[in-house]
Design a protein around this ligand. Structure first.
Ligand SMILES: Nc1ncnc2c1ncn2[C@@H]1O[C@H](COP(=O)(O)OP(=O)(O)O)[C@@H](O)[C@H]1O
Ligand SMILES: [Mg+2]
Length: 280
């Protein structure tokens, strides 16, 4: 069994395990009743923005994915994430991995889109890879229009409302992009301004789920610095990209955090989800 398969299996086991003092964050579901429906009128709307369709198509972003295996896999991932968040009464999670290029940003965006397609789920997608912000590029959110993003907020040059965008046609999604890379990311991530942002996002819970697209855990201390601000972690690993040693290192660093799941990206396995599969 490969180390990736083992990580996927262990995550699945962890979620089936009964609550214990050693694993307080992974309690079994206590209630089967669905959460109360969100009153759409009570959810805030933000600056409208149009995403470039050609860019979405080119980058394989929902709803412009035609591959049935990928579509099915994102739906499965959405359902499982919703179930785990609800079971724990959690509202926020960070998407991370071991190294660059595993598909963290693509997974964050498509999961956010898939969740927002659910009629009762409202989502914030935050580009929190401060050193390599990519979300705006992937979804065709054009910076030439002079939009402001997360770094502008963190540096005190923009307000909360000025950095949030509501893409047309995806009513329940709000995006906080970033257009300006910074070197001193972990200092900004633990700054009072970041706290302010997290509090402002929290004020929208439980109406909104917050997804933070983050850098890999092994590349910097950004994820560790920000971890106390999120309810859980979603780990993306990629067949052929994530090495055994890197995954072992990432698992070690993530040990103290609530692991919501492991996404196996770029899998060669021709099973129910050809491109993407998820811990069962
Ligand atoms: N399953 C996949 N199939 C094909 N291309 C993928 C897949 N996952 C990611 N990619 C591509 O790989 C590149 C890196 O993905 P990205 O999401 O930016 O990785 P990360 O955020 O982990 O660095 C992007 O060009 C993305 O479109
Ligand atoms: Mg990324």
């Amino acid at each position: 069994m490969s180390i990736i398969e083992e990580a996927v299996r262990k995550t699945a086991e962890r979620h089936q395990r009964p609550a214990s003092p050693e694993h307080p964050g992974n309690r079994p579901r206590l209630r089967r009743v669905p959460p109360p429906a969100v009153d759409a009128a009570s959810v805030r709307r933000f600056q409208p923005v149009t995403l470039e369709r050609a860019v979405l198509e080119e980058n394989h972003i929902l709803p412009h994915i035609t591959d049935p295996g990928a579509l099915r896999a994102y739906k499965i991932l959405r359902t499982r994430m919703l179930r785990r968040l609800e079971a724990n009464q959690w509202y926020s999670f960070a998407v991370t991995g071991a190294t660059a290029g595993e598909g963290k940003t693509l997974t964050s965006i498509n999961l956010a889109m898939a969740l927002a397609q659910d009629s009762n789920t409202w989502v914030f997608l935050v580009d929190l890879d401060l050193q390599r912000p990519k979300v705006a590029d992937y979804i065709g959110l054009n910076k030439s229009l002079g939009e402001r993003g997360l770094t502008d907020f963190l540096l005190g040059d923009a307000t909360f409302e000025q950095i949030i965008y509501s893409p047309g046609g995806i009513e329940r999604l709000a995006v906080i992009p970033n257009f300006q890379a910074v070197a001193n990311a972990s200092e900004l991530l633990t700054s009072p301004r970041m706290d302010e942002l997290v509090r402002a996002l929290e004020a929208e819970a439980p109406r909104r789920i917050v997804i933070f697209d983050m850098p890999p855990v092994l590349a910097s201390d950004d994820v560790l610095a920000f971890a106390p601000q999120v309810d859980g972690m979603l780990l993306v690993v990629a067949e052929g990209i994530t090495s055994r040693d890197a995954l072992r290192g990432a698992k070690e660093l993530l040990q103290e955090m609530n692991l919501l799941g492991v996404v196996l990206n770029r899998s060669e396995a021709q099973e129910e989800a050809a491109y993407y599969s998820y811990a069962r």
